[in-house]
Write a protein that binds this ligand. Sequence first.
Ligand SMILES: [Zn+2]
Length: 226
Amino acid sequence: MGSIVVVSPHPDDLEIGVGGTVARARAEGRRVVSVVVTDGRRSPRSFECRDDEMAAIRRTEAVAAAKALDLDVPPQLLGLPDVKSEATRRDAREALEARFRGELADHGLAEVFVTHPELDRHATHRTVAEVTLQALVAAIAATGAAAPDVWFYEIWSPFPKVDRLVDIGPFVDVKDRAIAAHASQCRDKDYADGARGLSRYRAVFAESHEVTTGSTHAEGFVRGAL
Ligand SMILES: [Zn+2]
């Protein structure tokens, strides 16, 4: 099985949206590369600290979360302050294209997970998704490799319909621990509980999807087109 790249607009998006699926993939021995585009310096906070201090805190948290998920590749933190300017979007696009080229050439990149370019309510999530798709198209053209599957994941913007469900029942505790590693973000909101609720809902309403009967939690994805 080829590798998986998960693109996160902010340091905690992978853990919240696709943490259970990543934990499952790692348990199956698959290579998973996490690319985090912004440094999260603008995140809401209930305690005093400067933007650069917040960015440093979030770097440490991202590394701890990657450890909780047993990622075999250190997370690639692009460290951009945001993706509001053409310059930062270009930096993100170039870094992502380089990573995709490497994964396509050396590891048979099979799947890319990113936030939804339209349905996500967060502007940064939508922009990062667009830039990711552009970078992937360019990398495929440059290498001549087969296109990987693209899956959009949910971050607090539940999709009206999903194309794929992954059973994460045995991995919810790992996912909880990975989310909890982002302690600065979990002080005011119980993100792990929110994510658990959504994955519980996905499992209950799995119906004819691929989740087996008796699954307790699932993550849902919408298929992306290049
Ligand atoms: Zn985010």
